[in-house]
Design a protein around this ligand. Sequence first.
Ligand SMILES: Cc1cc2nc3c(=O)[nH]c(=O)nc-3n(C[C@H](O)[C@H](O)[C@H](O)COP(=O)(O)O)c2cc1C
Length: 229
Amino acid sequence: MSHAPYPYSDPEIEALWRVLRERRDMRHFAPVEEAEPLPEGFVRRLVEAARLAPSVGFMQPWRFIRVTDAELRQKMHALVEAERLATAAALPSRREEFLGVKIEGIRECAELLVVALMPGREKHLIGRRLLPEMDVASIGCAIQNMWLAARAEGIGLGWVSFFDPEELARLLALPAGARPLGILCIGRVSAFYPRPMFEDAGWGRRLDVDDVLFENRWPEGAKGTPTAY
Ligand SMILES: Cc1cc2nc3c(=O)[nH]c(=O)nc-3n(C[C@H](O)[C@H](O)[C@H](O)COP(=O)(O)O)c2cc1C
């Protein structure tokens, strides 16, 4: 059945913009022992939000692994810590400052989900014959849906991408061709950051519309990224 193209009501539109504005990448989680458990069926609901996302050629490349094994969680944390230190060592400056920024909440969060690209993606040509990375873009859409659904229920979600994908693939016994793209930390938070944590830490600011919207061609003298370290 088709839906008439009526606009949503003003409060519905406001709710949409509210969640867009108030979604945050979260790294601080309330201690699991003290916090209320996650709402009933929450993880399945997040995956339901993900499966409603658009995907190139409708390939639905996302797969999710729920990590419930404490030892595996610990190993994943070690992997992320190693990459955090390697990233700091590779920075041209501000290494110590970077090391002071919290970039994950793997040990504290209530639920841990790994998002991976499925194997066999080379068979899917529609929309990605010359742009194979559209599978990655589709994963981004799915995770954004999860982020928004979580925020609407007052639950924090953080996307962690500091890891060696080969090593994480090995830890999780991923088949050849599959590729992990995110470790999602999910849990209750005592408050959502009012601004991106990176912004507060002086690692950039949210660009304005006029910084990123051009007409007909790339303008001469357009700024690249204003972030410098
Ligand atoms: C693909 C992707 C990977 C990310 N990886 C990390 C990460 O490993 N650690 C982290 O602290 N934040 C990570 N983030 C979150 C960004 O730092 C965050 O989105 C950005 O600073 C803006 O903040 P906001 O999401 O709260 O608006 C990631 C975000 C995306 C989209």
